[in-house]
Design a protein around this ligand. Structure first.
Ligand SMILES: Cc1ncc(COP(=O)(O)O)c(C=O)c1O
Length: 662
C-alpha cells in the first residue's frame, strides 16, 4: 500500500485545533471505511447504516451502558456495522458479476473461527438471509455449533482436520438434506469418508482443498503454496477423482477450494491463485466432474494501518477491486476453456467482523518525566547541579538556534551520566541526583521544543532520541494479551484514538500500557499520519477526568484469541442497534457481563470455598496470636470474601493520577 504523506506532530505546538485535524492525525477516514467519524462535539462517532447519515456518539453509548451497570473497560458491538459489512461484501460481488456479465452468482460463507460469538454468527446469518450466506467451520466444536444454523441452500463448509466423528456428523447432515460439505484436506480423510459412507449406504457429497503453486502474500503466506500443511496435491486430487469416476459418482465432488492465508496484502497474488484454481476447475469440468462451486477462501484484508506503517497492516486493494479480481479471473479462464461459470464462494471473515466492535479503555493513570525547573536542591553548590542549571539556561536562551540547543542537550546528557556514575560509587547524595534528573528533563523539553520549531526536513538524531525519551506512559484498564492479542503476537496494529476532546490539540506524546505485569503489555505501534508511529498524541488528563480511548477494528479474531495472562479474562460487552427514533439514535439490545474473579479463578482450579476457608484460618491464627485485633481481622476477611464476585479489571471509580519519575 502506498504510504500516505506524514503530517507534522501537533505535540508541543499551540494554536487552533479542530475535529478535522484529529481526523487527519488519527487517519480516521482510511481505517474507518465510512463507519467511523468525528462529530461536531469533537467525539468519536459511528455511522452504522451505510445508506443513511445516522450517527451514534460513542460517548453516549458509554453513558447509556452505565444505566445497565456496565462501565469501561468494555467492548461495544455495533450490530448494524456487522450487517452492513455483509451487505457490502455481497454487493461488491453482485456489482462485479453484473459488470462482467458473469453467468452465475456469488454465495459467501462466514468462517466462524473469526468470531464465534453466537450473536455475531446469528447476526451475519440474518443479515445474509437473502444472499444465501452460509458458514465455514474448522473443528468439531465449531461444526457442532454451526450444524443447526444452516438450512435450505446455504452452505456449511468444514475445513481443518476431520476425525470420523466429524465426518459422520456431516454425512448425517447430508442425509437430512443440509448442504454440508466436508472439504477434504488429506487423502486419508477422503478414504475415511468413503468407508463411513459405504457403511451407511449413502453417497456423500464432498469438496476438496487444492494445494496451489501460488503462495500467499502477507503474514499468513504459508497457508498457501505447495509446502502448506493443508490441501491435496494435484497428484492426490487426480487420484481422488479417478476413484470417484470408477464409482460413477464424479458429480458428487461439488466444490474446489483454496485459501492463501488471512489478510492477503497483494491483489496480484490473489489473481494468480484464482486463475490457477480456475484452470483446475476447467480441466475437471471438461472431464465430467460435477463441480458447481469455486471457493476462493478467506484473505480479503482490512486496512488496519490506513496506509501508514508496515506493509503487512495494509492491503493494496479495495473490497470492490477484490471482487472484480475474483470474478474476472474466473470468467477469463472459463471462457477460454469453454466451461460453465461456477458459483463463486468466498470465506471472508476478517472483512466482515473487524469493523463492528470497539474496545473502550479508560486511562487510569499517566506517568511522565517530571519537569521541575526549580526543584528543591539540598546542595545548590554541587558542580553537577551548577552544570545542569547552566545547560538549562543555555537551552532556554537558544530559541531556535539549533547549534546552541544541541550543545545544551549534549552537556545535559554528559552531566546526567556523570551524576549517575557518582551516585553508583557512593559520591553523590540521592537528593542531588533527583535534582539533576529533574533538571535534565527540563533541558530535554526545552531542546525538543526548539528543534521542533525549526521544522527540519530530516530531523537530527537527537530530536528522535528526545521524542522517544519524552513519551508519557498512559496506563489503561485492559489487557493487551486478552483484548488485542495479535498486537503482542504478530505486531498487528489497531487504530487507537481518544473518544472525546477531538477538537482539542493533543499535546502529549503517549504510549499506551496495560494492566498486566509484563513489559510486553503495551501498544508499540500506532496508526497516525505522523512520521513516527511509536507514540500517539493524546491529551493531558485532568485528575478525576474519565478519559477513554477507543481501540478500533477489534471484531475479527481478537475476541476469541485472547488469553488469560494475569487472569483478566473477558470484558463486559454492550450490543448496540441503531434507531433514529431513540435518544442518541441507538438502543442497547444486550449486555453481557465480563468475567468475575470467581470465574477466572475456577479456570485455574481455585475455588472460593477453599480460599475463604484458608483465609479464615489465617486470620484466626493472627487473632489468636494477638497480632491483629479481632474486629480488624474480621473486616479484612469480609473484604476479601466480597472480591470473588467482582470484575477482574480495575474498579471503575479508580481515580486518574499522574506521576512523575524524574
Ligand atoms: C480455511 C480458512 N477460510 C477462511 C479463513 C478466514 O480468513 P479471513 O479472516 O482472512 O477472511 C481462514 C483463516 O485464516 C481459513 O483458514
Amino acid at each position: 500500500m502506498s504510504t500516505a504523506p506524514a503530517v507534522r506532530s501537533p505535540v508541543a505546538r499551540d494554536g487552533a485545533w479542530t475535529a478535522d485535524d484529529s481526523a487527519e492525525l488519527y487517519a480516521v477516514e482510511a481505517w474507518g471505511d465510512g463507519f467511523y467519524t468525528i462529530n461536531a462535539r469533537g467525539h468519536a462517532a459511528v455511522r452504522p447504516l451505510l445508506d443513511q447519515p445516522l450517527e451514534i456518539d460513542i460517548t453516549d453509548v458509554i453513558a447509556a451502558a452505565t444505566e445497565h451497570e456496565v462501565a469501561p473497560p468494555m467492548l461495544i458491538r455495533f450490530q448494524d456495522v456487522l450487517r452492513a459489512r455483509v451487505r457490502r461484501l455481497v454487493e461488491a460481488f453482485r456489482e462485479a458479476i453484473a459488470e462482467a456479465g458473469y453467468g452465475n452468482h456469488y454465495q459467501p460463507v462466514y468462517p466462524i473461527k473469526v468470531n464465534q460469538l453466537h450473536e455475531v454468527v446469528e447476526e451475519v446469518l440474518d443479515a445474509g438471509k437473502n444472499y444465501r450466506v452460509g458458514l465455514e467451520c474448522g473443528s468439531k466444536t465449531e461444526l457442532i455449533a454451526a450444524l443447526p444454523l444452516v438450512e435450505d441452500d446455504r452452505l456449511l463448509l468444514c475445513n481443518g482436520v476431520k476425525d470420523h466423528v466429524m465426518l459422520s456428523l456431516m454425512l448425517s447432515a447430508q442425509q437430512l438434506g443440509q448442504r454440508v460439505l466436508p472439504i477434504i484436506e488429506k487423502y486419508s480423510e477422503f478414504e475415511q469418508l468413503m468407508q463411513l459412507a459405504d457403511r451407511a449406504g449413502f453417497t456423500p457429497r464432498l469438496a476438496v482443498r487444492v494445494k496451489l503453486a501460488t503462495r500467499g502474500s502477507g503474514r499468513w503466506f504459508e497457508s498457501g503454496g505447495q509446502r502448506s500443511k493443508f490441501g491435496l496435491t494435484i497428484a492426490e486430487l487426480v487420484r481422488m477423482v479417478r476413484v470417484l469416476e470408477r464409482r460413477g459418482i464424479a458429480d458428487h465432488l461439488e466444490l474446489l477450494h483454496f485459501h492463501l492465508g488471512s489478510q492477503v496484502a497483494n491483489i496480484q497474488v490473489l489473481k494468480q491463485a484464482v486463475r490457477e484454481l480456475a484452470q483446475v476447475y476447467a480441466d475437471l469440468k471438461r472431464r465430467g466432474v460435477g463441480i458447481r462451486y469455486l471457493d476462493v477462501g478467506g484473505g480479503l484484508g482490512v486496512n488496519y494501518g490506513a496506509g501508514y506503517g508496515d506493509e503487512e497492516s495494509a492491503i493494496n486493494y479495495s473490497l470492490q477491486e477484490y471482487a472484480n479480481a475474483v470474478v474476472y479471473a474466473i470468467q477469463e479462464i472459463c471462457s477460454a476453456r469453454e466451461v460453465a461459470e461456477p458459483i463463486i464462494v468466498s470465506e471472508s471473515g476478517r472483512a466482515i467482523t473487524a469493523h463492528h466492535s470497539v474496545l473502550v479503555v479508560p486511562v487510569i493513570g499517566t506517568q511522565r518525566h517530571e519537569v521541575e525547573e526549580d526543584p528543591e536542591i539540598a546542595d545548590p553548590d554541587d558542580t553537577l547541579v551548577l552544570r545542569i542549571q547552566a545547560a538549562l539556561k543555555e537551552a532556554c536562551n537558544a530559541d531556535d538556534h539549533v547549534g546552541e540547543l544541541l550543545e545544551a542537550y549534549h552537556d545535559a546528557v554528559e552531566t546526567r551520566n556523570e551524576a549517575s556514575t557518582m551516585f553508583r560509587l557512593g559520591f553523590l547524595a540521592i537528593d542531588t541526583l533527583a535534582a539533576v534528573e529533574s533538571l535534565y528533563f527540563a533541558v530535554c523539553r526545552e531542546v525538543l521544543e526548539g528543534l521542533e520549531a525549526a521544522e527540519f526536513e530530516v530531523p537530527p538524531a537527537e530530536q528522535l532520541e528526545l521524542e522517544k525519551q519524552l513519551t508519557d506512559s498512559y496506563l489503561c484498564d485492559f489487557s493487551v494479551f486478552h483484548s488485542v492479542l495479535d498486537h503482542w503476537a504478530i505486531d498487528q496494529v489497531f487504530p487507537v484514538m481518544p473518544l472525546a476532546r477531538l477538537d482539542e490539540r493533543p499535546k502529549r506524546r503517549a504510549v499506551v500500557v496495560d494492566l498486566t505485569c509484563d513489559s510486553d503489555g503495551k501498544l508499540e505501534h500506532y496508526v497516525s499520519s505522523l512520521d513516527d508511529n511509536t507514540y500517539l498524541p493524546l491529551h493531558r488528563v485532568a485528575r478525576d477526568e474519565r478519559y477513554y480511548l477507543g481501540i478500533f477494528l477489534v471484531g475479527a479474531y481478537q475476541d476469541i484469541l485472547g488469553d488469560a495472562h494475569n487472569l483478566f479474562g473477558r470484558l463486559p460487552e454492550v450490543h448496540v442497534y441503531a434507531d433514529e427514533e431513540e435518544d442518541g439514535n441507538f438502543w442497547i439490545e444486550k449486555v453481557i457481563p465480563g468475567m468475575s474473579v470467581n470465574e477466572m479463578l475456577a479456570q485455574v482450579q481455585y475455588f472460593p470455598n477453599d480460599l475463604n476457608r484458608r483465609m479464615s484460618e489465617l486470620v484466626r491464627r493472627k487473632i489468636d496470636a494477638d497480632e491483629v485485633r479481632p474486629n480488624v481481622g474480621m473486616r479484612i476477611l469480609n473484604d476479601y470474601k466480597k472480591r470473588f464476585a467482582e470484575t477482574t479489571y480495575c474498579a471503575t471509580e479508580f481515580p486518574h493520577g499522574e506521576s512523575g519519575n524524574g
